[in-house]
Design a protein around this ligand. Structure first.
Ligand code: SOE
Length: 388
């Protein structure tokens, strides 16, 4: 009989929605499931918000007291979907209580917090995961398979971007994502870390970086209400404004430990770009190209193709590809953001069932924080900075 595991989800916002959908859907896609996640308790900052999240996301109970919830003996898994400033405190308490933990990205605001989180989960011997979901896109997992099989040879160059435009309007509100004390950093932590995670997954550890991290909009209108509206501004010319103390954009060059070089850009100010995560990887025997806005497709070029057929081919992912057995039976039915979260949930509960740490776990999350810290240092110093 598949085991039922009780989940306490802390945070009922955008990520809470994505995780709650994954808990409900994972066994419908991946059967037999490694476990059946039971939506036991959802926690939010007030009783009213928690109750609304309970009704909306199908949890049994609601609470506004995360400390009491993570210490409950009937909770198996703690899921951290809060803003970044409380990731460390909740994760450390949950680890001490012996709970398995999945934490939204970025793992923490600082390297110090990430180190403390790693120490806590390792001391407790629990399973831990950071929710860098884009690795779970089947086309990205297929790229990983081709690279591991040596199909594009030794990697020479990695080019990664994550471009969005939801904060391009200087009058979009000062949400927590623009406040260092809550977010830790701006585009670097929020979306740059996704690409660092993909670079680590596909190419290997980054050793050294040089970066520019400008802030274009030094103030923004104070946000009315606590909900992160991701730029949906209710415009008012006389709105009181507050200071932005994080980066708006990251433009960087990379040196990987294994010898490859690369570049990585992240911005939420690129008008016309939505969730434009692109990866282009050149190897000694071929190339790979991926664009999340066409996430069902992987473009590959194999240099040993016959001369008259050389060029990028487009592989449309489906049942023949990673996670394909659980997802939709016909290529073209389509992968969405939810599917990446469902696969993430499947990998997390599989790791618990196998008692083996998944990837990216908190130790991988710490490596990503070390790269983020190097970007921020280089943004200030203007010179190459070592990671770590
Ligand atoms: C905002 O930039 C955001 O919600 C990120 O925080 C998520 O991690 C990303 O996947 C979607 O965009």
């Amino acid at each position: 009989m598949t085991k039922v595991m009780n989940v306490a989800m802390i945070g009922g916002g955008f990520m809470g929605k994505a995780h709650a959908m994954a808990y409900a859907s994972m066994p419908m896609f991946f059967w037999p499931a490694p476990a059946i996640p039971h939506r036991k308790v959802v926690v939010d900052v007030s009783d009213g918000m928690a109750e609304e999240a309970r009704r909306r996301f199908g949890f049994e109970e609601a609470s506004s007291d995360w400390r009491a919830v993570v210490n409950r003996p009937d909770i198996d898994v703690v899921d951290i979907c809060t803003p970044n400033n409380v990731h460390a405190e909740i994760a450390i308490a949950a680890a001490k209580a012996g709970k398995h933990i999945i934490c939204e990205k970025p793992l923490s605001r600082t390297v110090e917090e990430a180190r403390a989180m790693v120490e806590a989960v390792e001391a407790a011997g629990v399973i831990h995961m950071v929710a860098f979901n884009y690795r779970r896109t089947p086309a990205v997992a297929l790229a990983k398979k081709f690279i591991e099989e040596g199909r594009i040879g030794r990697i020479l160059n990695f080019r990664g971007t994550y471009l969005q435009d939801w904060s391009a309007d200087p009058d979009s509100p000062l949400s927590w994502r623009f406040q260092k004390k809550i977010a830790g950093s701006g585009s670097v932590g929020d979306i740059g870390t996704h690409v660092v995670d993909l670079a680590h997954y596909l190419v290997g550890p980054i050793a050294e970086v040089i970066a520019m991290t400008p802030t274009y909009n030094k103030t923004r209108p104070l946000q009315q209400g606590g909900v992160d509206k991701l730029g949906a501004a209710e415009k008012s010319a006389d709105a009181e404004r507050g200071e932005v103390d994080v980066d708006d954009e990251l433009v960087s060059m990379l040196r990987f430990k294994g010898g490859a070089i690369g570049s990585l850009e992240a911005t939420r100010n690129a008008y016309g770009r939505n969730n434009f995560i692109t990866l282009e990887i050149h190897g000694t025997k071929g190339s790979i190209h991926f664009n999340y806005e066409r996430r069902d497709e992987l473009q590959v070029m194999f240099a040993d193709d016959p001369a008259d057929a050389r060029g990028f081919r487009t592989i449309y992912t489906g049942p023949a590809h990673p996670y394909g057995a659980g997802l939709w039976p016909i290529p073209g039915l389509g992968i969405g953001y939810s599917e990446t979260k469902i696969v993430e949930c499947y990998d997390f509960f599989s790791a618990i069932a196998k008692k083996q740490q998944p990837s990216p776990n908190f130790a991988d999350g710490l490596l990503t924080e070390l790269v983020a810290d190097a970007f921020l240092r280089s943004g200030q110093s203007g010179v190459w900075e070592k990671v770590g």
